[in-house]
Design a protein around this ligand. Structure first.
Ligand SMILES: *[C@@H]1O[C@H](CO)[C@@H](O)[C@H](O)[C@H]1NC(C)=O
Ligand SMILES: *[C@@H]1O[C@H](CO)[C@@H](O)[C@H](O)[C@H]1NC(C)=O
Ligand SMILES: *[C@@H]1O[C@H](CO)[C@@H](O)[C@H](O)[C@H]1NC(C)=O
Ligand SMILES: *[C@@H]1O[C@H](CO)[C@@H](O)[C@H](O)[C@H]1NC(C)=O
Ligand SMILES: *[C@@H]1O[C@H](CO)[C@@H](O)[C@H](O)[C@H]1NC(C)=O
Ligand SMILES: *[C@@H]1O[C@H](CO)[C@@H](O)[C@H](O)[C@H]1NC(C)=O
Ligand SMILES: *[C@@H]1O[C@H](CO)[C@@H](O)[C@H](O)[C@H]1NC(C)=O
Length: 456
């Protein structure tokens, strides 16, 4: 009965094009030829050869089995297309999955893992959309390779992005070259590990958007994540890995992140009623999402002013007033002239709904509460600001993140974000005694400047 239904479903979908095998494994004796389709156990995903729109090249890919609009989530031979229909995906004598042409030895693609025992490997298309290569029989815990470790342009539920500390593999999402060409494109979405771990969108080597660091509730640059009621994201940081994974509350709901050829990270769910992918989230979204848009010590606030989104953090002023005047904030800000940092009377000014600065120059201590964090920051002259490291917890056990060096890529949101405390001197805080001392300093400074002008 199952078999009959399975064949019917597949015949309806692929009528006239393919003969469905309705099997989910590849073994030494059972390869997948161009035209064959593997269907996962729960019939959610299919694997086979496909051609992108307007292309005659053949690629091995995985797509959703049940939906009418072919949506490819993974491609094996991204940069090595096969030009005719003689491709075969099989398990070889070394236990690897290989893609070659009939009677030809050239490899278009291979899993290329070593140390697989005596060639008894089985590849299985799982219902999560993961293609796993097991040693020996299927359903063992041990896999020697899985497609989830080598993403294409799509990030699926259950897939881990980030670093496997044991193998050193950093799992990265990369865009297609174009809708006709699934080859590795310009854009990548990837985790970086300087300071505390952060996710970035890259164009080539250049950072173009920072999803940011994990705040306990989500990524600092993605305020919408905290309102996500269809899935949950979990950040894992232990001796084995630093990764992010998400799962759908309703596993039957089809949902994906895709990094488009134009460099937009989109999140979509399939709506059966309209038979369409509905996008409900994307980044970069506005000018303030542009990485380092307002330069060092600047911050980007799209709601504050109709004329210019850039501003300086409290205690700072534009480094280049001329550029600032023509609405170019890229040179950023510097300490206001005459400020006396790291003297008695330093304090903090609080900003709300903030995407905290790039944490490459930050230091995290999870055993300090927010108050101890402020004290720690005051005691250390290189500390420029602080925030809670985990806003899902209370002020006493949320940890402490401090910045030591240039603070870049700070922005505000209309909703979401967190509190951020910027270190300023007494004058900026407006303490009366300190205002007086600052006045003395300013007079001294003016005399100094006058001296410089007239006598040197
Ligand atoms: C395929 O080519 C046609 C005609 O050139 C064009 O209208 C269509 O947009 C192309 N489709 C894709 C997905 O590029
Ligand atoms: C497919 O193309 C290859 C060269 O890329 C050629 O050697 C082979 O004969 C072709 N197969 C068929 C069935 O046309
Ligand atoms: C296979 O892996 C080895 C070592 O990891 C590497 O040197 C080689 O280039 C790889 N081959 C292919 C076809 O990717
Ligand atoms: C999630 O929240 C939105 C807006 O509050 C609501 O429209 C939607 O029905 C909710 N979805 C689920 C699955 O609860
Ligand atoms: C996330 O949601 C999935 C599915 O509802 C559930 O099995 C899992 O335990 C949840 N994880 C966390 C950390 O809440
Ligand atoms: C964190 O702060 C505690 C208490 O001040 C201190 O003992 C510990 O060494 C700090 N840890 C790091 C990694 O700085
Ligand atoms: C200040 O903090 C930085 C970064 O954590 C650290 O390298 C430096 O030693 C600290 N300096 C003092 C005086 O504690």
């Amino acid at each position: 009965m199952y078999q009959v239904r399975c064949i019917l479903v597949s015949m309806l979908l692929f009528l006239g094009f393919y003969f469905c095998t309705c099997i989910d494994t590849i073994t030494l004796t059972r390869p997948v030829k161009d035209g064959d389709i593997l269907v996962s156990n729960g019939e959610t995903f299919a694997l086979g050869f496909f051609s992108p729109p307007n292309s005659t090249n053949r690629y091995v890919g995985i797509w959703y089995n049940k939906i009418s609009e072919q949506t490819v989530v993974w491609v094996a031979n991204r940069d090595h297309p096969i030009t005719n229909s003689s491709g075969i995906l099989s398990v070889d004598q070394t236990g690897n999955l290989i893609l070659h042409e009939k009677d030809q030895s050239f490899l278009f693609w291979s899993t290329n893992v070593s140390g697989v025992a005596n060639g008894v490997s089985t590849a299985q298309l799982l219902d999560s959309g993961n293609l796993a290569l097991f040693q020996g029989l299927v359903n063992k815990e041990v896999y020697s390779w899985q497609s989830f470790d080598h993403p294409s342009n799509t990030y699926l539920p259950g897939m881990k992005l980030g670093l496997d500390r044991k193998t050193g593999l950093n799992k990265v999402v990369t865009s297609w070259k174009s809708s006709q060409n699934p080859g590795v494109g310009d854009y990548s979405y990837k985790m970086e590990f300087v300071g505390s771990a952060q996710l970035f969108l890259f164009k080539g080597m250049a950072r173009i958007w920072r999803a940011g660091s994990w705040t306990g509730l989500g990524w600092s640059g993605v305020p919408g994540m905290t309102k996500d009621n269809i899935s949950n994201g979990t950040y894992i940081d232990n001796e084995d890995e630093v990764t992010i994974v998400y799962l759908m509350h309703n596993p039957a709901m089809l949902s994906r992140f895709v990094l488009t050829e134009f460099g937009t990270l989109e999140r979509l769910t399939w709506e059966e009623v309209s038979r369409k992918w509905i996008g409900f989230w994307y980044h970069p979204k506005d000018q303030c999402d542009g990485y380092n848009h307002c330069g060092p010590f600047g911050f980007c606030d799209p709601y504050a002013s109709l004329t210019f989104e850039c501003d300086c953090l409290p205690g700072y002023e534009p480094r280049s007033p001329q550029d600032w005047y023509i609405r170019d904030g890229s040179k950023g800000c510097k300490r206001k002239v005459g400020t006396q940092m790291c003297k008695f009377g330093d304090g903090f000014i609080e900003l709300a709904r903030v995407k905290v600065p790039d944490t490459s120059t930050a230091h995290v201590n999870m055993s300090l509460g927010l108050k101890a964090c402020a004290e720690f920051c005051l005691r250390n002259c290189t500390c420029m600001g602080y925030a809670s490291a985990d806003i899902s917890k209370g002020a006493d056990d949320g940890g402490c993140i401090t910045w030591h060096g240039e603070m870049i890529d700070t922005r505000t949101f209309s909703d979401g974000g967190q509190f951020f405390y910027i270190r300023v001197d007494a004058a900026e805080l407006g303490t009366p005694l300190m205002l007086f001392s600052n006045l003395i300093f300013n007079i001294y400074y003016m005399i100094y400047v006058a001296y410089q002008i007239f006598f040197t």
